[in-house]
Write a protein that binds this ligand. Structure first.
Ligand code: UGA
Length: 435
């Protein structure tokens, strides 16, 4: 099939590569000429394992993927357009301005298009948006009717950063929200390579809700693990023993039950905020989720408290921070607990050296936006820990396992999966009150 992905961010680039990998002819659309240029050279504009190799093959060798600035032409040249633009957080609410812009553009293109075209909302949008905002604009600008002249589908995104290429090629589940059989059939054809058991067919608004229900459930599960770990610290219990034991119960599962300095990233924080707001607007508040937001907001402080408990005040100390991205294997530092920790330490007059295998550039940019310019960004973990009086490791990049035995000062880790603190006298971890 011929497919266009509108918005060449993280979701657009990975999904476009996935679709072209399965033999579709794909066009990526963006308003940024630099992005389009880079993509046409087969160079991704984000760091994601396996993406560069895939783009090189699809763009340069097979020539089944290309990028363009021309939305109208892309809609005319394809059978399906997937809207993949961002829906950022704007003061706790969802910002739909990019979605609206794209819906108008696609609507205008549909006006002069003869063949049936399916428009798919891939971006995460609060329940009601696809019908009340996207479809209204599509119909208004095209002068056509959804379900008759063109198709509308909501197909939420479940990719995890860091393993997104793998997730896109081997998805766990595919949710298709449609309101007419023809659109459903075309969408099933787009995913012809996937087994039937992976599919959930629902209405458009339910598909939107499924995305939020999943992300907010997972954020709640992590927060549950974090509060239990905090309690275990206070009660002298090893949290790992408790969390692993409850995770072994098949009804609970060990997934997303790893305690740490709080969830971050471009999805969970934004999505939980947005659905909390949607609940308030509809007078059906999500009281649990309101607390999840509040608890997660201060969870990073537990790592700092642990350091203060073991070392006394850490004000004005020399601190090495290893790991800036919100999780390993990504360059994304949005809502990263590491940045919250740095902001706090700067306010305490600490001298900070930081290192991250991928997240340095974005971290520097984001911290400088907050006028935090005192951080020294180092080229290696070794340089980062040199002369430090203490080391904090908020993000569990596997490569830090090698540096931990070389550290001689107290080291505080956010995630127990990194190393077993039993093995190192200088290592302290959240949820581990033994030492
Ligand atoms: C999340 C979802 O997992 C994806 O399914 C979804 O598509 C995506 O959001 C999205 O909405 O686009 P992602 O943000 O890439 O994916 O990252 P996760 O791997 O889910 O981790 C989120 C945060 O939770 C990270 O800060 C991670 O360190 C933290 N986490 C995760 C824990 O603290 N403990 C855990 O057990 C698991």
């Amino acid at each position: 099939m011929k497919i266009s992905f509108v918005g060449s961010g993280y979701v657009g680039q990975v999904n476009a590569a996935g679709a072209a990998h399965y033999g579709h002819e794909v066009i990526l659309v963006d308003i940024d000429p630099k992005k389009v240029d880079s993509l046409n050279k087969g160079i991704p504009t984000i760091f994601e394992k396996g993406l560069e190799g895939l783009l090189q093959e699809l763009v340069l060798k097979k020539k089944t993927l290309r990028a363009t600035l021309d939305l109208q032409q892309a809609v005319h040249a394809t059978d399906i357009s997937l809207i993949c633009v961002g829906t950022p957080d704007k003061g706790g609410m969802i910002d739909l301005s990019y979605i609206q812009q794209v819906a108008k553009g696609i609507g205008e293109a549909l006006k002069t298009k003869e063949n049936y075209h399916v428009v798919v909302v891939k971006s995460t949008v609060v329940p009601g948006t696809s019908l009340n905002t996207v479809n209204v604009l599509l119909e208004q600008y095209s002068g056509k009717k959804a379900g008759i002249d063109f198709g509308l589908c909501m197909n939420p995104e479940f990719l995890r950063e860091g393993v997104a290429v793998e997730d896109s090629i081997h998805p766990d589940s595919i949710v298709l929200g449609t309101q007419d059989e023809k659109t459903k059939k075309i969408m099933r054809e787009m995913y012809a390579w996937a087994e039937e058991s992976k599919f959930t067919y629902v209405g458009i608004t339910a598909a939107e809700a499924i995305k939020y229900a999943k992300n907010s459930f997972l954020a709640t599960k992590i927060t549950f693990a974090n509060e239990w770990a905090n309690f275990c610290d206070a009660a002298g219990i090893d949290a790992k023993e408790v969390l692993e034991a409850i995770g072994a119960d098949r009804r609970i599962s060990p997934m997303f039950l790893r305690n740490g300095p709080g969830y971050g990233g471009s999805c969970f924080p934004k999505d939980v905020n947005a659905i909390v707001h949607a609940g308030q607007v509809r007078h059906s508040p999500f009281r649990i989720l309101e607390e999840v937001v509040a608890v997660n907001h201060t969870q990073y402080l537990h790592l700092i408290d642990l350091a203060q408990e073991k070392m006394g005040s850490i004000a004005r100390r020399k601190v090495g921070i290893l790991g800036l991205s919100f999780k390993p294997e990504t360059d994304d530092t949005r809502e990263s607990p590491a940045l919250r920790i740095i902001s706090y330490l700067v306010s305490q007059g600490c001298e900070i050296k930081a290192y991250c295998p991928q997240g340095m550039e974005m971290a520097k940019e984001m911290l400088e936006e907050r006028r935090i310019t005192e951080v020294n960004y180092m080229n290696s973990a070794e340089e980062c820990i040199k002369d430090a009086e203490l080391v904090l490791i908020p993000t569990d990049w596997a490569e830090f396992k090698e540096i931990i035995p070389k550290i001689t000062v107290p080291t505080f880790i956010g995630h127990r999966s990194l190393v077993n603190p039993d093995d190192y006298a200088h290592v302290y971890a959240l949820g581990y009150p033994k030492r």
